[in-house]
Each structure stands twice: as C-alpha cells, then as structure tokens.
Write a protein that binds this ligand. Sequence first.
Ligand code: SAH
Ligand code: SF4
Ligand code: F3S
Length: 447
Amino acid sequence: MSEGSQFREHSLEVGRRVYIETYGCQMNLADTELLLGQFRRCGYEPVRDPAMADVILLNTCAIREHAEERVVGRLGDLYRYKARRPDLQLGIVGCMAQHVRDRLLERLPFVDFVVGPDAYRRLPEVLQESGRDPYIDVRLDRSETYADLEPHREAGVRAWVTIMRGCNKFCTFCVVPFVRGRERSVPAGVVLRQVQQLAEQGFREVVYLGQTVNAYHDGEVDFATLLRRTNEVPGLLRIRFTSPHPADMSEATLEAMATCAKVCPQVHLPVQSGSDHVLHRMARGYTVEQYLRLVEKLRNVRSDMALSTDIIVGFPGETEQDFEATLRLLREVKFDQAFMFQYSARSGTKAARWPETVSPEEKLRRLREVIALQEAIAHERNQAWVGKRVEVLVEGPARKKAGWTAGKTPQFKTCVFPAPQPPVPGSVVTVAVREANSHTLFGELAA
Ligand code: SAH
Ligand code: SF4
Ligand code: F3S
C-alpha cells in the first residue's frame, strides 16, 4: 500500500513522454488511465503522437484472435519509431501480454517489455531501471486492486471506475479468467471517495466496471449496497455499470436499481446464445428461461429499461437449430443493441480443446444473419422514441453534424440536436425526438 507514495520520491527524468494505445474493453481503457497516473507520478507527460514518445505502450486485448492480430500488425508499424531511435522503449501490456507472453517475444523480438494486468504498480520505475534485456512480468496477483493508485483522467462528463478485477466464472470460450486472474473488489470506501472526488471535479456520471460487476463484494459491502451509497453522492447525476452477469443479478440489486433515482434504466446483459444446449456447454450458469425471467424483472424495475447484449455464433457444437433459437431469443427480447461475434478459439480455454463443428463460411453467414435481424430490431426500438421527450446529459459537439450538440439519454442512446448556443457539457436538457435510426436519436431542444 505504501508503494504509491514512494513513487513521488523516486520521480526523476523530467520531460520523458509516454504514449499508450488501448485495445479491448472499457476495463482496459480504465487501466490505461491507471497507467497514465503511474507514469505522471514518475514525471512522464502523456502525449497523443507516438513520434513524440520515449515510451510506447500497447494495452492489448486477447478476447478473440482478431484482437491479437491487430496488435501484432500495429507493433510492426510502431517498430519504425524504434528503428529511428533505439533508446525508445516499446512494450506490450494488458491481456494479450498475459496470454501469449513467450510467443510474443519469439514473434516480436524487438519488444522491450511484456507486462500483464496485475503488474502495473511499478511499471514506470522498472522501465527507468531496465537494461538491454526485455523485461517480463506476467505474474497474476490475487489481491491487486490498485485501490491506492489514482488514475489520470481527462476532464469530462462520464468517468469509468473499476470496482472489481478478474473473473471466477470460466465460461468455456473465454480467456478472461486466465489473463486477469480471480475476482477481487476494490473496498467500497475507496470507490465512494473516488466518486465523491469525481463529482467535485465536475463529472456527472460514473460507470462502474468489472467483468462480472454485479458480483462485487468487498467482504462487507455488496453491489446493491454500493449502488445505494453511490446514489447519495452530491453532484453526481447518473450511475451505470457494465457488465453484470445474469447469474449474479440478485433481488437486492434489482431493488436498488428500482429505488435509486440516479441508477440509469439501461443494462448490458450478455446472453451469448438462445439455446440451452449451447449455454450449458458454455458453462454460463443460466437457462434461456431464467434469462427471460430476468429480462422481465428488469423491465418491471423500469418500463423504459434499455437492454443490450453480447452474442456468439458458431460455438463448437452449435447446430442450425441452436442458431435459430438465438434468432428467436433476439426477436422475443428485442434488445436495444447487441454486440455480435463469431466464435474464436482461445488457447488455454476448455472449448479450445473441442472440435470446431461450424465452418468459417457458416460462422460468417450466421453472423451476417444475426446482425441483419438485430439492426432491424434496434431501428424499431429507436422509432418508439420519436415524438417523445428525453433528458439528455450534454457531452459536447456532435461528431458528424456541424453546429449540433450530442449527449446521452438515460437509456444510453446517443441523441443529437441543433443548438446555435450549445448548452455546456454536463448540463441536462430536454430534447423532443423527431427522427431516429438504429444508432441515434435526432431531435430539437424543447422549450
Ligand atoms: N464478462 C462479460 C463478457 C466479457 S467479454 C460477460 O460474461 O458477460 C465480451 C464479449 O466477448 C463476451 O460477452 C462474448 O460475447 C465475447 N467473447 C468472449 N470470448 C469470445 C470468444 N472466444 N470468441 C468470440 N467471442 C467471445
Ligand atoms: Fe469471460 Fe464468462 Fe468471465 Fe464474462 S463471465 S469474463 S464471459 S469467463
Ligand atoms: Fe479484452 Fe482483456 Fe477486456 S481480453 S475484452 S481487454 S479484459
């Protein structure tokens, strides 16, 4: 615990610059903020251009093969900076560092360091000390939560706060338990202090993060209690969390969601498949019927609840009937949004030892079909907002429309509207929705 403060005394080499590129999920983005906090304490300045950096880090993802291939390709690009400046340090951190450690150095011998998600605490120090040999630290640490380290965040409206790390579920397709280790929670006192500070700094929304975020338990405080206490933080307007696991969604959490006004009516609830046969082989810990009952309960909590999900197609053993069951589930639930993936075998996982029964062409066909269906459903769900008024938490200028302002509705839908005098980011405005497509609501400021 005292190491964080020791850093300040160690701080040296003023003027060194660090560049970090992030892949993967929100937890990795939050880890990048944590790493930037560490580097700043050691006197580094974060830069947005790798050409300016003394240290280049790729914070990587291992969830699917495609994610790993992208990083390998990108490292090839970044190598040119190192070829020009041999003193530049180029490293890989994050889940892929943990997943393929030795193979990485074989394939990419010019990499200076490979550091896994539980070894960030001393990283900047270690780089300042390291000699010519590549530095490798991929030990997993059952207790590391980085609770005492302060992340470096850009000012904004929404802050991502990691409240638990790791995963105990071992779904048979998933690499996360292997690369991020076992579940552990940040003490509630630390979380709440951080949220208070964020609200004082002007953040209006927090998103609690964890691979099974609703399994949060620090030994005394559970997830439902944490939500209730967060709801009391003055200045904070909105609370979200991602991703909850269907099997961990307790009655207490549903009740906290129903009674806490700041908890938004929006839940990302990954289902993966609509077939019990596949769910069982995935070891997800719920049946289709149990999932549907949970959806019903969530919609009873708030009738305007927005739901999103993750789907995998082409899991080993997935038959045409199984796939059709997934399509049926999508039609029945009508998710607002879904992230859909082809199954990708990950070494070390249980499913990677099973024969792949769905050909690459067939996986692609199923993926296209499920995407087309979901696109139509998302469009339909958004049409239901046309003619209604929504409360938009303003984020800033819209990306695609000059002179328009963008923000999010409580359901986490992007809403854009013309505003000759743009409202300040962090304010909440009422917008009358005039049009919608499958991704965005378009409206105008209501009087
Ligand atoms: N903890 C979350 C999931 C995190 S990973 C949960 O349990 O719900 C994000 C998504 O990536 C998963 O929901 C899954 O749909 C997808 N995914 C994970 N492993 C995969 C694999 N081997 N192949 C394809 N998709 C995968
Ligand atoms: Fe992976 Fe399952 Fe854990 Fe989610 S719950 S991170 S899918 S093992
Ligand atoms: Fe990828 Fe690691 Fe997140 S594997 S999805 S970056 S936890």
